[in-house]
Design a protein around this ligand. Structure first.
Ligand SMILES: Cc1cc2nc3c(=O)[nH]c(=O)nc-3n(C[C@H](O)[C@H](O)[C@H](O)COP(=O)(O)O)c2cc1C
Length: 176
């Protein structure tokens, strides 16, 4: 037993040592190829733009993991955030700020020190906006390099789709 220290590895200790070495490098080195796509939505305006975003990323041959933050606990999201270089945050505005389920994930990322990412934001709003500023605050705090943001009112129009494709491609190119 190792109380409060987790499991005891009785076989193949080199495996867990090399994993810990790798995880430790992620605190300071860029993570591997790939994008974690986080989305939250109330009326699906933001969700409907994901096809454009994900297609643009996939066209660059960059692997993606997609999470609906309203349904998936942050503990299942953090491994992807740690190990992939890029982060797409797709979230509507909620009470002049960000959709609370997305705030929860970003807060976990902050607590766990998920730093040094390439990041992009997209999201729908109706009158004031506010989610983008929350994203930018987290990006500054976590040293995430913002490659682009796009917010739009209500459902995305053709010009919004085009901008979302462009910023997603940019994110993919910097996440290689
Ligand atoms: C509870 C609630 C609070 C909202 N607060 C704001 C707000 O403060 N400012 C704003 O511009 N839009 C606000 N909105 C509007 C949404 O951002 C807008 O409807 C958006 O299109 C929702 O995107 P979604 O379909 O991806 O959920 C709010 C909507 C709801 C349901």
């Amino acid at each position: 037993m190792a109380p409060a220290h987790g499991l005891v590895w009785r076989k193949d200790p080199d495996r867990i040592i090399s994993l810990y070495k790798y995880w430790a490098t992620l605190a300071t080195e860029p993570a591997g190829l790939g994008v974690t796509a986080l989305y939250g939505t109330m009326y699906r305006n933001t969700e409907r733009t994901l096809d454009d975003a994900l297609q643009a990323i996939a066209e660059e041959g960059v692997p993606i993991e997609v999470f609906n933050v309203g349904l998936i606990d942050p503990s299942f999201i953090l491994p992807s955030l740690w190990t992939k270089r890029g982060v797409l945050v797709a979230s509507p505005t909620y009470e002049r700020a960000m959709f609370p389920a997305m705030v929860r994930v970003l807060n976990f990322a902050s607590i766990k020190g998920v730093r040094n990412k390439k990041a992009a934001y997209l999201g729908s709003y109706a009158w004031s906006g506010g989610a983008r500023e929350v994203f930018e605050d987290y990006a500054t705090k976590l040293n995430w390099e913002v490659v682009g943001t796009h917010q739009f009112t209500g459902s995305a129009k053709a010009e919004d789709s085009q901008k979302i494709r462009e910023l997603s491609q940019q994110l993919a190119l910097t996440s290689k």
